[in-house]
Design a protein around this ligand. Sequence first.
Ligand code: NIG
Ligand code: FE
Length: 414
Amino acid sequence: MNKKLIGPFSQLLPMVDLPLKGPIKDSQLKVQHAAGIVVEAEKILAVGDYHELQQQYQGEVEQVDIGLNSVCLPGYVDCHTHIAFAGSRAHDFALRNSGASYLEIAASAGGIWSTVQDTRNCDFMNLIAQISTRARQLVMQGVTTIEVKSGYGLEIEQELKILRAIQQANQELPIALVATCLAAHMKPRDYNGSASAYLQYIEEYLYPILIREGLSNRIDAFVEQSAFSVDEIRPYLQSAKDMGFDITVHADQFTSGGAKLACELGAISADHLEATSQKDIDLLGASETVAVALPGASLGLGMNFTPCRKLLDAGAALAIATDWNPGSAPMGQLMAQAAILASAQKLSNAELFAGITFRAAKALNLTDRGSLAPGNRADFIIYQTDSYQNIPYHQGTILPQLVWANGQLVYQTK
Ligand code: NIG
Ligand code: FE
């Protein structure tokens, strides 16, 4: 049968009718009890009381019994990762913990540049395998959409290799990868010319191929001392926007400037924001740009967290992502990081779940996921527990038992 009724769940959090921006109280969550979901092909057809759905769709649906003691949530969206890489930066971790800073390591040809060497030397099939392995680790945590950036190629053919590997992995995986071009991760050390000339070369030769091959409709840039200045990056992102790309910025990780630019250019998201001032927090609060916190980078670098409470109170849309990368955030554990961030920044459970569901989808300009509403992609996850509160409380140590993506059961614990 094409239609399936899944349930009953002790609790279902639809994550609908919640604000895109600003604070959310747990009392706004509208938890449904003894609930079910009807799936038709790859979409959600209905969500509601299990017994009512059973009667309404009698004879039309195959029933998939879950049994009570279960919590159903939308599949998580990890809206910022760099999982298309090869090699390790364990040495950087040791150096940092012995006193060197991230920017010092970057300046001495370690950092991103060392991962560029390893990734350039990794062949296409091996890179696909590495992306898939990391993606599957996220699927086991309940992530059904993963943003994946390029940015360890830093020249046309190498950036294309990475983006084509992401495209190929996306075709092979049962969940969705969303590719972003981060050719502006830093000026490559082997490029003979100015930062602006490098950006122009990318814009002129890479952007048209991205469009032609449908490799990515998103352009990202790292605005930082070790990467590009606000003035260097403005024309690059403006052209991207003019050509129809969505833009996103690695902003204010160590120094400010990027968030203000992101707001000025109408970026879809501004990510990091550990060093954002109150003035720029207010700008983000007044803008449509989603603020993306990356607690994995704070944990990896031993730095302060993004001021999430202030961002929400200023009216911003807050998403939370892993930033999984070999340098600053090798952990790749979304719920663990979101829960630790929530304790540190006093986020409600509602704000935490919003940050990894519909607000994270918004950071990718996607409106068909991140909530359990009819017509959305049938991406949902089921935990064997009686209350959703147990999930952040256990800080990532309880995992979903079942993961459905695009209308299919894609992962099940043994
Ligand atoms: O988001 N900040 C820039 N990019 C990554 C780090 C990449 C790396 O160090 O390899 C980040 O933290
Ligand atoms: Fe990043």
